[in-house]
Design a protein around this ligand. Structure first.
Ligand code: GLC
Length: 431
């Protein structure tokens, strides 16, 4: 099969920068990580008996979810249509293991897509390649509830991975033909092993899947987890913070960091490693300062709500984004001639020729912007939160005290007290 190198439309993606990941499935009832089935080796029968039988998100309000995401400043969302557990949020015709057959008694995906699209957010669908429930998914020794099961080989008798691949392709077809325009397809994940075990492109028939996707929705953005060296649009560093613009073969690529508030993608009641709003904003700013996006994850509860911890952080980020969004949207890494001062990150809007200095630690009275690029090109400066003027200049008296080479540093005069925002930003208008 010829390699399909078609690319999706990333023009909106590299502008919008900030998205909401949502991990929601039966694991929300276990409330202790979406890998619960794997981690505790829970059999399919037991998992169904506990969670499929009792999944009843009676407080589910997708409009509220969409409003919360929009208020947080998020411009797209990616929802787990099916996670590794195999449970489907939509009314798939290819399985009974789906939300309409639980006490929820309805398709949970469609109202969510409608609500988020209605709020102007782009639509992304996460779909697990892995499926610990499907009767033809070959159970392997690497991951899944049967990975160390004594009878794993016996359980595999009669299983045909290609029948699972047919199911996978059929469900992707449903998702790409029944929910309108889809902006991102986010597959997760391949784990080929050098000895041929694990699972990779042959187990999913990735080449064929890619062709189908490109035929059905050519604009859709694809992540990089189909185990193909081509056909992807986005690199997806996960739970790490890239140190510079992500490259492949020395070339800068479109990239998106996907991260959680805490230590779990799915709702985890007792997990306490939650980052605070300030840390989360720094993560977003740092991604954009390196030309990337942030996909920040929420794990709703089994009642269908974002929990208080998530809401507090999303609302906190939204407060900052309301005043500072223009230092994120339409921005990217600053040109190399502009060096960020210490404890700061720069973002750059090339259309408007504006630089944004995000100040992570409020300095004593001054920022020093070294280099001719600043000295020659900054024509005006203001605090972004209240548009109050910030005076800059070549301050030789000051410079002499600091041993600054005359005329090489722009001294930015800051108020002594930090402005009342999480991360203050100075907006520099360039000539
Ligand atoms: C990892 C996790 C999976 C999660 C994904 C999100 O693959 O194992 O649970 O959905 O990251 O990127």
């Amino acid at each position: 099969m010829a390699e399909n190198h078609q690319k999706g439309d990333s023009s909106w993606f590299v502008h919008d920068r900030f998205g909401m990941f949502i991990h929601w499935g039966l694991y929300a009832l276990g409330a202790r990580h979406e890998w619960l089935m794997n981690n505790e080796r829970i059999t399919v029968e037991e998992y169904e008996k506990r969670y499929f039988k009792h999944f009843d998100p009676d407080l589910y309000d997708p409009q509220m979810w969409a409003d919360t995401a929009a208020r947080a400043g998020m411009k797209y969302f990616v929802i787990t249509t099916k996670h590794h557990e195999g449970f489907c949020l939509w009314d798939s015709k290819l399985t009974d293991y789906k939300a309409p057959n639980t006490p929820a008694k309805r398709d949970l995906l469609r109202p969510m897509v409608d609500a988020f699209r209605g709020q102007g957010l782009r639509v992304g669908l996460y779909h697990s390649l892995i499926d610990w429930h499907h009767p033809h998914y070959i159970l392997d020794p690497h991951i899944g509830p049967y990975r160390q099961h004594a009878d794993r080989e016996k359980l595999n008798v009669g299983r045909d991975q290609m029948k699972y691949a047919d199911y996978l392709h059929g469900q992707v077809r449903e998702l790409l033909t029944e929910f309108g325009k889809i902006d991102i397809m986010w597959f997760d994940f391949s784990y080929p092993k050098p000895d041929g075990s694990g699972k990779g492109h042959a187990d999913w028939r990735s080449e064929e899947l890619l062709d189908m996707i490109r035929k059905l929705q050519p604009q859709v953005l694809l992540d990089d987890r189909l185990d193909l060296p081509y056909g992807w649009d986005i690199k997806t560093p996960e739970q790490v913070q890239p140190r510079q613009w992500v490259t492949v073969d020395g070339q800068r690529v479109v990239w998106e960091a996907c991260q959680t508030f805490s230590g779990s993608w799915g709702y985890h009641r007792d997990e306490s490693s939650w980052r605070d709003t300030d840390q989360l904003l720094r993560t977003l700013i740092d991604c954009v300062s390196k030309g990337g996006n942030l996909l920040l994850n929420v794990g709703p509860t089994g009642r269908g709500e974002f929990d208080a911890r998530a809401l507090a952080r999303l609302n906190g980020m939204g407060d900052w984004m309301r005043r500072h969004g223009r230092s994120i949207y339409g921005c990217t890494e600053a040109p190399a001639e502009f060096k960020a001062p210490e404890n700061c990150r720069l973002t750059w809007n090339p259309e408007k020729k504006r630089l944004y200095v995000h100040i992570f630690a409020w300095p004593y009275k001054h920022l020093y912007l070294d280099g001719n690029a600043f000295v020659d090109r900054v024509e005006y400066a203001q605090l972004l939160n209240d548009a109050s003027e910030i005076k800059c200049g070549i301050d030789d008296w000051h410079g002499k005290q600091l041993g600054l080479e005359s005329g090489k540093t722009l001294v930015v005069n800051l108020p002594q007290t930090k402005p009342p925002v999480d991360i203050p930003v100075v907006e520099l208008f360039l000539k």
